[in-house]
Design a protein around this ligand. Structure first.
Ligand code: ADP
Ligand code: MG
Length: 256
């Protein structure tokens, strides 16, 4: 008997991407279900960021189908044409992104950074945007810094503000690209703790990370990219104790 298809937030079918004629992603298939945390691991240059950026069409792959829920982000299936700017912008509102480098506006306070997209993209009244921003900043433990400018914050605090800014838009999924890689070691934990809380609250998250402990404890799926090919996709228990791929065993230092 056929199972009904599981509810997915993102579904990627046979995605391939080249830069200057060199294939950096090949034939990627990946389904991310509602409420799942998916960790993407792999060495530098393996295509992790590019895969994440394809998910919200910041990079355009040559081949493949990308669904956000029922909607296609790679093209309009009725006209067979790329999405119009407005259609794409609408879809992107449903996808949050958190970067290694925070990307906060330096000339805006913490509160203003979180309110910015609510007011200018969602066209929300300022008072309403402020209420939402304050709530999200409280969630990430930043209520005491509302009127401070980013340059007065530690890296961990900046990243928590960036996460609050993303949450405020109520995205269906948040893409994290090495959210703790730019942080001093003692600041990594506070960001991972916030992300773990989000996972418990049921947020759908795709996380490119080198934090193995986080990937193991928090993920529902772990995927491993090697030279643009997805060579392992397992639940964390299998991934970290008994992966199929010799390359992953080597990466994790598991003896044969
Ligand atoms: P990762 O995030 O796993 O370190 P990336 O997705 O950034 O890997 O890069 C994958 C490959 O694509 C690398 O070889 C990188 O040099 C190349 N690449 C990434 N972005 C571009 C670009 N804009 N133009 C040309 N090559 C790129
Ligand atoms: Mg990267």
């Amino acid at each position: 008997m056929l199972n009904p298809s599981p509810e997915h937030i993102i579904k990627i079918d046979r995605l391939s991407k080249q830069f200057d004629g060199i294939e950096v992603l090949r034939d990627i298939n990946l389904t991310i279900k509602k409420g799942e945390v998916v960790s993407i691991l792999g060495s530098s240059g393996s295509g992790k960021s590019t895969l994440l950026r394809c998910m919200n069409w910041l990079e355009q792959p040559e081949r493949g189908v990308i669904y956000l829920g029922e909607d296609r982000i790679d093209k309009n299936p009725l006209t067979n044409k790329p999405l119009k700017h407005k259609e794409l912008a609408k879809l992107r509102e449903r996808i949050g992104m958190v970067f290694q480098s925070f990307n906060l506006w330096p000339h805006l306070t913490v509160l203003q950074n979180v309110m910015e997209s609510l007011v200018h993209v969602k066209k929300m009244a300022k008072a309403e945007a402020r209420t939402i921003a304050e709530k999200q900043l409280e969630k990430v433990g930043m209520s005491h810094k509302l009127n401070v400018y980013p340059n007065m914050l530690s890296g961990g605090q900046k990243q928590r503000v960036a996460i609050a800014r993303s949450l405020a838009m109520e995205p269906e999924v948040i893409l994290f690209d090495e959210p703790t890689s730019a942080l001093d070691p003692e600041l990594v934990e506070e960001v991972l703790t916030v992300m773990q809380t989000l996972s418990k609250e049921g947020y759908t998250m795709v996380v490119v990370t080198h934090e193995m402990e986080f990937a193991r404890m928090v993920s529902d799926q772990v995927v491993f990219l090697e030279k643009g090919i997805l060579i392992e996709k397992s639940d964390p228990e299998k991934f970290f104790t008994n992966p199929d791929s010799p390359r992953v065993r080597q990466f994790l230092n598991i003896s044969e």
